[in-house]
Design a protein around this ligand. Structure first.
Ligand SMILES: Cc1cc2nc3c(=O)[nH]c(=O)nc-3n(C[C@H](O)[C@H](O)[C@H](O)COP(=O)(O)O)c2cc1C
Ligand SMILES: O=C(O)C(=O)c1ccccc1
Length: 379
């Protein structure tokens, strides 16, 4: 067994890497251009949900188990027939060149080294093929923003994802239009209009065929037209199912009735998420929405979780409430901004190590036994 006290000593020697999320965040603020940092950092509206996401975790408390031999911890999970070493995924975050010139390429390499699935966004700075090329062995999923403007474009991206070895499609449904983001409006910051999110579009035959000309302005306008999809309905799921053999997950479910509908539409997995408080402000904390969704799904499909996870204990709480895996968002993005590939790796490595210690102290040696921990809404 790895000596955890020694590990903790070793970690304390690595001074270039901050410990706490807040310190990474502060360093990212010092590193990134002001408007770019504000875009990533803030939530929508008055940021009620953004803050609630984190404070809600503190209301849940674990009741751990003792005397259960935790000398070996197995955190591996199975999802859609594949085994992954940890219960973590990297959430889709678009336009990663805003953080670092290497953008998603750096993130993909870090993810590959840790066997963590990287969910690549529709609005990535690099194309999904380029990202797959730099990390061929790393598990990769593709996050789709539906295009009502041109459904064939959506299908084309899904087909490209299949060809490039992506293992699942994540359809994000809470972003039919951008949230009410006051900070970005004030600073007039729009990374899509600045061209940070065009990687996938510039290599898409359907997108290119539909362009009137190849002037930068036309390209960016067309991306903006394609990204909004207020007409999205469950019918898109039915259409998508016909076009791909890959598992389809829906990201952004909070209501248990929507979870039931997802079962009716034969969706393969759900991601409980409020988009990190960036979309509809005033909504329930993601962790508080999780139990009802888990109940509605009744074990029929895996339920994944994101929004507000900052430390190992947050992840363990979500897992104890029934999430199968947890997506990390802003923490890895700040790692990318501060130290590129190494930063993403360090953030994730420490999170994994911390989660291991948390599970051990909770009496859980096998992640599949995590439901043995009791969890109560305490305060
Ligand atoms: C800067 C930024 C860009 C994002 N872009 C996307 C995206 O392209 N697609 C998507 O499904 N979610 C996107 N998200 C949402 C994340 O996938 C995830 O739900 C969110 O970051 C979780 O909240 P947290 O970072 O506070 O934990 C983005 C989040 C941030 C912070
Ligand atoms: O900023 C976001 O959270 C996001 O998901 C997004 C959606 C469309 C375009 C750019 C970013």
């Amino acid at each position: 067994m790895q000596n955890r006290d020694k590990l903790i000593q070793d970690i304390s020697q690595q001074e270039e890497f901050p410990f706490r999320f807040e310190d990474w965040e502060q360093k990212a603020k010092e590193t990134m251009e002001e408007g770019a940092f504000a875009y990533v950092y803030h939530g929508a509206g008055s940021e009620e949900t953004y803050y609630r996401n984190q404070s809600a975790f503190k209301k849940w408390a674990l009741i751990p188990r003792m005397l259960r031999d935790v000398s070996q911890i197995d955190m591996s999970i199975h999802l859609f027939g594949k085994k992954y070493t940890t219960p973590f995924l990297l959430a889709p975050i678009g336009m990663q060149k805003l953080a670092n010139g290497e953008g998603e390429l750096a993130t993909a390499k870090a993810a590959e080294s840790l066997d963590i699935p990287f969910i690549v966004s529709t609005v990535s700075s690099y194309s999904m093929e380029a990202i797959a090329n730099v990390a061929p062995k790393g598990p990769k999923w593709f996050q789709l923003y539906w295009s009502s403007h041109n459904t064939e474009l959506s299908f084309s991206m899904v087909e490209r994802a299949e060809n490039a070895g992506y293992e699942a499609i994540v359809l994000t449904v809470d972003t039919v239009m951008a949230g009410w983001r006051i900070g970005d409006m004030k600073s007039k910051f729009s990374p899509l209009s600045l061209g940070y999110g065009k990687g996938n579009y510039m290599e898409d035959p359907i997108f290119l065929d539909n362009l009137e000309n190849h002037e930068e302005e036309t390209i960016l306008e067309s991306i903006l037209d394609n990204i909004q999809h207020p007409g999205l309905t469950w019918d898109a799921i039915a259409q998508l199912k016909k076009r791909t053999k890959l598992p389809i997950l829906i990201k952004g479910i909070l209501h248990p009735e929507d979870a039931k509908l997802a079962l009716e539409y034969s969706v393969d997995g759900l991601i409980v998420s409020n988009h990190g408080g960036r979309q509809l402000d005033g909504v329930i904390a993601s962790i508080d929405a999780l139990p009802e969704v888990i109940k509605a799904v009744d074990g029929k499909i895996p339920v994944l979780f994101d929004s507000g996870v900052r430390q190992g204990i947050d992840a363990v709480k979500a897992l104890a409430l029934g999430a199968k895996a947890v997506l990390i968002g802003r923490p890895y993005y700040y790692g990318l901004a501060v130290h590129g590939e190494k930063g993403v790796r360090n953030v994730m490595e420490r999170l994994i190590q911390e989660t291991e210690v948390t599970l051990a102290l909770s009496g859980i040696s096998q992640l599949s036994d995590v439901s043995n921990i009791a969890i109560k809404k305490d305060l």
